[in-house]
Ligand binder design. Structure first.
Ligand SMILES: N[C@@H](CCC(=O)N[C@@H](CS)C(=O)NCC(=O)O)C(=O)O
Length: 101
């Protein structure tokens, strides 16, 4: 299963200042495989986006493990750098050191 790019349905808007286009173009330029998930152009009609991300703006990436990456600039930068992958989980807390005899 490929990553999913969630974006608005304004796919006809192809200018750099459009966040959804910026993210999509970066994925295309980097040759990254993705599944496109289109959402309404209107924020009030994006309850699913809010359920998934806690807010209603797109674009965002849904990784295969369910984690989310938001912000077009971040998505584009990571696509270009080849680092578009889920954040690793935080390291487990170190167990307390055993007392030295
Ligand atoms: N800072 C965000 C802005 C995202 C953004 O404004 N997305 C547009 C769609 S391309 C949106 O959700 N607009 C609806 C609204 O702001 O009501 C990013 O760059 O990802």
């Amino acid at each position: 299963m490929a990553i999913k790019l969630h974006r608005c349905s304004g796919t006809f808007v192809k200018i750099g200042g459009h966040p959804c286009w910026k993210a999509q173009k970066a994925l295309d330029d980097a040759g990254i495989d993705y599944e496109l998930v289109l959402h309404s152009m209107l924020r009030p009609r994006r309850p699913e986006v809010e359920r998934m991300t806690g807010q209603r703006k797109v674009p965002f990436i849904e990784f295969e493990d369910g984690t989310i990456l938001r912000e077009s600039t971040e998505i584009a930068a990571r696509a270009k750098a080849g680092t578009l992958m889920p954040e690793p989980p935080p390291p487990a807390a170190e167990p307390p050191a055993a007392p030295t005899p």
